[in-house]
Design a protein around this ligand. Structure first.
Ligand code: 2AM
Length: 188
């Protein structure tokens, strides 16, 4: 099984992100229902490891937090643009959850992730270079920002590569604890 751990996005957020999806030659836009924030890519995992990872993830105790999506940028350089993505602000609650997820995965026997966590939502990959249009696109959407939404769970997903693109399925869901900051703000 090809697995990853991610935060799902509300449909309204997926739709707002999908609205960015035009005006770039060579872009293969991610289908709106596939837009997500990856916490950890696991790759091919056998059933026993997957069960260990599931058990370790279910033990995570971490509070919910608000997710702020802001900015649009790319991975890759001018010669070879790889990905276009929407930025995600590194809220302490998000970083706390990501580090708990990372230790759960390593405790389950997988090798640690070497790359620094750079929270992002991939919007498009490229089959050919978008050229000058990319700079214009990035400046047009430089101030892109969505209203924050509250994250109260995360999930384990499988990814199946089909001829029509990736098909993601939710394999398990893990609830976060109440976000005390949000609860107190609501009471005040
Ligand atoms: P990306 O959005 O930056 O491409 C499912 O493929 C998720 O796992 C994607 O969100 C993808 O991140 C992430 N991922 C991280 N490393 C990956 C890799 N080596 N191959 C495929 N997906 C990877």
């Amino acid at each position: 099984m090809r697995l990853f751990i991610a935060i799902a996005l509300p449909e309204a957020v997926q739709d707002a992100l999908a609205d960015l999806g035009n005006g770039l030659p060579g872009a293969r836009w991610v289908a709106p229902e596939n837009l997500h924030l990856t916490l950890r890519f696991l790759g091919e995992v056998d059933r026993r490891d997957a069960e260990d990872i599931d058990a370790a993830l279910a033990e995570i105790r971490a509070p919910g937090f608000p997710l702020n999506i802001a900015g649009v940028d790319r991975f890759g350089d001018n010669r070879r643009v790889r990905q276009l993505w929407a930025g995600v602000e590194p809220h302490p609650g998000l970083l706390h959850l990501q580090s708990k997820v990372e230790s759960a995965v390593v405790r389950s026997g997988l090798a640690p992730e070497r790359r620094k966590f750079k929270p992002h939502i991939t919007l498009a990959r490229f089959k050919s270079n978008p050229g000058d249009k990319l700079g214009a696109f990035l400046s047009r959407h430089g101030l892109f920002r969505l209203p924050p939404f509250q994250v109260d769970r995360f999930g384990l997903y499988s990814s199946f590569l089909s001829s029509g693109g990736s098909i993601y399925s939710e394999e398990a869901m893990y609830e976060l604890a109440p976000d005390l900051a949000a609860v107190q703000a609501g009471e005040g």
